[in-house]
Write a protein that binds this ligand. Structure first.
Ligand code: PMV
Length: 354
């Protein structure tokens, strides 16, 4: 039989929400209860690289993550594979003498190899980069002729936050109104050049895997938290508008105030969930206190903090100088190899550390 292989590789950075997504109105399609806004990180620091291959000799779809085979049987992988296959079109490689018709894609199997350049499950949104990259690489391989927003609706079915990683810069995930999720897509607000003096430092408080997955955490919050209802209806819609203004105008003061308030409200929703969910720990709380105190003493905010479903702090400094001061302070409060539970693992421009 035939023995050819066709391959494509894609690289996708992770993203960090500054207005959080927390709560699904539809669990299987992954439709959120509110809009969210994120910033996509520089691919040099936190990204996934995925190579996808197709060959008539492959007997089944298979995937390896960081060199270890993982199961593709989960509904989320199956949704992404199905939706991409459905949109596949003809592919021709004259050099290899290969022609794949649209209908052939149903029978052909793919092999997927994915690598994260950061510790998986360190609470650093690895699923966001992972599913975005998987969908993007498969779309290239199968010659899917859809734009990033349409692809984002497919990545969304792998992991909600993944839909925002198909764009750089600041990205909004619009919750949408349709029942089929066709209008629940990500759009780029501004590209990565628009506000390029921002500087992101991540303090890895603990690289242990989180205890409550975002999926079960969200489900419990939706079922039990009244604060979540209030947040989704009354708070987030107004915050989204203000955040879009702040980003457009490079207003760091408003940006920092909204980012910190939204992170704190997300963790308040977690605490309002029954049984309560604790993602932050004492070290996270200490970082918040230090940043709040410093911002107050400067008269205007220098650094914004935000925490996802884990204890690690994502710190967004207004510029390089503020980031350098932040790192100095972090190293002072959490000296390397001290007994404090901070891996003192920071990501940013290496030159600042030297
Ligand atoms: O997409 P998920 O299931 O990993 O959920 C992400 C949830 C948060 O990271 C806490 C918030 C967000 O908007 O990314």
């Amino acid at each position: 039989g035939e023995t050819w292989v066709l391959m494509k590789t894609a690289q996708t950075p992770t993203n960090i929400a500054v207005i959080k997504y927390w709560g699904k109105r539809d669990e299987s399609l992954i439709l959120p209860v509110n809009d969210s806004i994120s910033v996509t990180l520089d691919p040099a620091h936190l990204c996934t690289t995925t190579t996808v291959a197709v060959s008539p000799v492959f007997q089944q779809d298979r995937m390896w993550l960081n060199g270890k085979e993982i199961s593709l049987s989960g509904g989320r992988f199956q949704s992404c594979l199905r939706e991409i296959r459905r949109r596949a079109s003809e592919v021709e490689d004259k050099e290899k003498g290969v022609k794949i018709e649209k209908k052939d894609w149903e029978k052909l199997h793919v092999h997927i190899a994915s690598y994260n350049n950061f510790p998986t499950a360190a609470g650093l949104a690895s699923s966001a980069a992972g599913f975005a990259c998987l969908v993007f690489a498969l779309a290239k391989l199968m010659n899917v002729k859809e734009d990033e927003s349409q692809l984002s609706a497919i990545a969304r079915q792998g992991s909600g936050s993944a839909c925002r990683s198909l764009f750089g810069g600041f990205v909004k995930w619009i919750m949408g109104k349709e029942e089929d999720g066709s209008d629940s897509v990500a759009v780029q607000l501004v590209d990565e050049k628009h506000w390029d003096d921002l500087f992101i430092v991540i303090a890895v408080v603990s690289s242990r895997q989180k205890e409550t997955s975002s999926t079960s955490g969200m489900r419990e919050s939706v079922e039990t938290s009244l604060l979540l209802q209030h947040r989704a209806k009354e708070v987030v819609p107004k915050r989204i508008l203000k955040m879009e203004e702040a980003i457009k105008n490079h207003s760091f003061e408003s940006f920092a105030q909204l980012t910190c308030a939204d992170s704190n409200q997300f963790h308040a929703v977690c605490l309002d969930t029954c049984p309560p969910i604790f993602y932050m720990n004492d070290t996270s709380h200490r970082i918040i206190s230090y940043v709040e105190k410093w911002n107050r003493s400067e008269g205007s905010p220098q650094v914004a903090y935000t925490f996802d479903a884990g204890p690690n702090a994502v710190l967004i400094a207004r510029n390089r100088k503020a980031a350098a001061q932040l790192l100095q302070r972090l190293l002072f409060y959490f000296p390397p190899k001290s007994d404090i539970d901070l891996d003192s693992y920071v990501i940013g421009d290496k030159s600042i550390l030297q």
